[in-house]
Design a protein around this ligand. Structure first.
Ligand SMILES: NC(=O)c1ccc[n+]([C@@H]2O[C@H](COP(=O)([O-])OP(=O)(O)OC[C@H]3O[C@@H](n4cnc5c(N)ncnc54)[C@H](O)[C@@H]3O)[C@@H](O)[C@H]2O)c1
Length: 396
């Protein structure tokens, strides 16, 4: 393979920056990030300058029209994923899409009322949308790469190696996963209309995807058939709207949430009867927590993607280190803390982009593709129906 793979990135925000740093680390696949698009062109120009991207646009159709660009990397807000995926597939470009694949963002309701739409209707609509994506992807056989970094993280890769051996005589009986922090500072995250849900859609998408992936992996290793989600039971609320929170003062937690939950729990029952319980919340101080505890019949596995404790630092006065990056969402550097030496690598971002580039260049399936992306959305929205109706919801 000597041809240079040309990539166009849509969106020049937070996630685009770590994608760009990841493209720089790809080995063995000649590639060029040829264009960057953002409706905020100044933002795109600034980022393009920092990463030497030659072309900048303010409309993603320029990337779709460019026949030399083979890969479209979608890192825009969640409500834009679906239309961009469909358009990109129709131009026969391979797709990288950030999590979640899609969601419910309203069908004409006033913006601030979208979250009040019955969740059953939301589930019906997202199922229709997922079917549409599958049909378009079947008609345009390009690669679909689902940017779920957890599955590509070194800790999970090691877990796969260990579990494969344990599966000879054992089974995953239970998984407990979590992604939580003190709350997004993006105003868009506070409204269903833009985010497609609250903590479970925004943060829970990661552990849920990892849990689905691991049970699928177990089934395929044992019998060549995936073990899938059979039903979902969930609970959720906005803890910052409770009387308890109202009686407090000076909390560093993000407040001002609109129509989304800031605390959620979702339990999956798999087709082999085993369980996965996943937490996602905006109620956590001290930096981001991304972890999973996996209980097998013959072993136990725990991983912490975040925080990692390979480096310890203690100080009474954090002023000298105020410009040093420690960890995502860490409120203070005073006292004992654990600065992360390479957060992006430990979270699996460069490995994910490496896998996608190889999958596209060498015509193989990526580790995380459309099937996983689709299952995550189905499970999350079944979870939202369960939160609203207080009953267990079956997965199709
Ligand atoms: N995998 C992860 O850990 C992770 C982390 C953060 C975000 N994400 C995902 O990445 C995506 C982007 O999130 P973010 O945090 O980078 O958001 P962001 O707000 O920082 O950036 C989004 C950018 O998209 C631009 N944009 C909006 N509409 C556009 C359009 N029509 N055309 C072109 N550009 C447009 C905005 O101007 C903005 O610059 C989301 O889907 C999010 O879920 C994933």
């Amino acid at each position: 393979m000597t041809k240079t793979l040309k990539v166009g990135i849509i969106g020049a925000g937070f996630a685009a920056a770590f994608h760009l740093r990841s493209y720089r680390q790809v080995q063995g696949v000649p590639l060029e990030v040829a264009a960057l698009v953002d409706i905020n062109k100044t933002r795109a120009e600034d980022l393009a300058r920092r990463y030497a991207v030659p072309k900048v646009y303010d409309d993603y159709r320029f990337i779709l029209d460019d026949k030399t660009i083979e890969v479209v990397d979608i890192v825009v807000p969640n409500d834009l994923h679906l239309p961009m995926i469909l358009r990109a597939a129709e131009t026969d470009k391979s797709i990288i899409c950030e999590k979640p694949l899609t969601g419910y963002f309203g069908q004409g309701e006033p913006d601030q009322k979208v979250g009040a739409t019955p969740k059953k209707e939301m589930l019906k609509k997202v199922r229709e949308d997922l079917k549409k994506v599958e049909e378009v992807m079947a008609a345009h056989p390009v690669k679909f790469c689902y940017a779920e970094n957890w599955v590509h993280a070194p800790a999970i890769k090691k877990a796969l190696e260990l579990m494969e051996k344990c599966f000879i005589s054992g089974a995953i009986l239970e998984m407990r996963g979590e992604e939580s922090h003190s709350g997004s500072h993006s105003e868009f995250a506070k409204w269903w209309r833009h985010a497609g849900g609250g903590a479970m859609a925004r943060l829970g998408a990661h552990p849920v995807a990892a849990g689905l992936f691991l049970k699928q992996f177990e089934g395929e290793k044992k019998s060549g058939r995936p073990i899938l989600a059979r039903e979902v039971w969930a609970d959720g609320t906005d803890l910052t709207k409770t009387p308890a929170f109202a009686s407090t003062k000076g909390s560093p937690l993000v407040t001002g949430w609109g129509d989304v939950e800031t605390w959620s729990q979702l339990t999956i029952t798999f087709t082999d009867g085993t369980k996965g319980t996943f937490f996602a919340a905006d109620d956590l101080l001290g930096g981001m927590e991304s972890n999973m505890d996996i209980r097998l019949s013959n072993a136990r596995l725990k991983f912490d993607l975040c925080p990692v404790r390979v480096c310890q630092f203690y100080t009474v006065d954090p002023t000298p280190v105020k410009d040093v990056y420690f960890n995502e969402k860490q409120e203070t550097k005073a006292g004992l803390s654990f600065p992360n030496p390479n957060e992006e690598w430990l979270l699996g971002y460069p490995q994910e982009i490496q896998d996608f580039m190889e999958a596209i260049a060498y015509d193989r399936q990526p580790l995380t593709g459309l099937d996983l992306a689709r299952q995550v959305v189905e499970v999350l929205y079944a979870g939202y129906v369960s939160m609203e109706e207080g009953r267990t919801i079956s997965i199709q």
